[in-house]
Ligand binder design. Structure first.
Ligand code: CA
Length: 225
């Protein structure tokens, strides 16, 4: 996944670049609006993160020009501003989503994946750390090796990825399985599948955390077992 990050705050840009690379993105950084516009019009990116308050050319203008040039890549707008007017202006200019600073990285990451899923099918799937998940081809690989998953394990992983960094309840898991397979599932069996999936995801950079009394949470980063 090629991502353009347009952000003039050097500290934030460095931190985001490092985290996005860990999450499997190829990141190009633009420190002002002119560079952002140039790169976006010249290179094929899969997604862009665009700060609105940029030097030289502001983010809103970059976004408008991008849409005028019929570039359809998903754009997530970042801004320190939190007024309804700014949000409306950003969405009118063609932003696909909106995130107000300060934000947590998992929130940004979850929104990026949501935007990528919303877009046209991407050949080869979406990378989550060392895991590549290709929903269309019904294929998952870990470090390039095919990851063998039973139908229930696949559905479970799909659900966890869809709600990356958000809690998935046992009820949601049961519902997903019931919809697809028409089978009954006890809570005990969910724990068994979570345990199996955890083992299969070892070394992927993804880890499944148990949130006591609530459900499960798929995380990226350093929490891997
Ligand atoms: Ca800024």
């Amino acid at each position: 996944m090629n991502l353009l990050l347009a952000e003039d705050d050097a500290i934030l840009a460095d931190a985001l670049t490092a985290q996005l690379r860990l999450a499997g993105f190829e990141v190009e950084h633009a420190a002002n609006g002119a560079v952002a516009e140039y790169l976006l019009l010249k290179q094929p990116f899969d997604i862009a993160i665009l700060d609105l308050g940029l030097p030289m050319i502001d983010g809103l203008t970059v976004l408008k020009r991008l849409r005028e040039a019929k570039r359809k890549l998903p754009v997530l707008v970042l801004t320190a501003l939190d007024s309804l007017d700014d949000r409306v202006a950003g969405l009118n200019a063609g932003a696909d989503d909106y995130l107000t600073k300060p934000f947590d990285f998992p929130e940004l990451e979850a929104r990026l994946y949501a935007l990528l899923r919303r877009g046209p099918p991407v050949s080869g799937g979406i990378a989550f750390g060392a895991l590549v998940f290709d929903r269309d081809a019904h294929r998952a690989t870990l470090r390039g090796e095919a990851l063998e998953l039973s139908p229930r394990e696949w559905d479970l992983l799909d659900l966890l990825l869809m709600q990356l960094a958000r809690v998935v309840t046992k009820e949601q898991i049961s519902q997903t399985w019931a919809q697809d397979r028409g089978e009954n599932n006890g809570a005990g069996s969910i724990e068994v599948y979570i345990h199996r999936l955890r083992r299969k995801l070892e070394g992927s950079g993804l880890s499944i955390r148990t949130v006591r009394g609530l459900g499960y949470l798929l995380e990226t980063g350093t929490m891997d077992t």
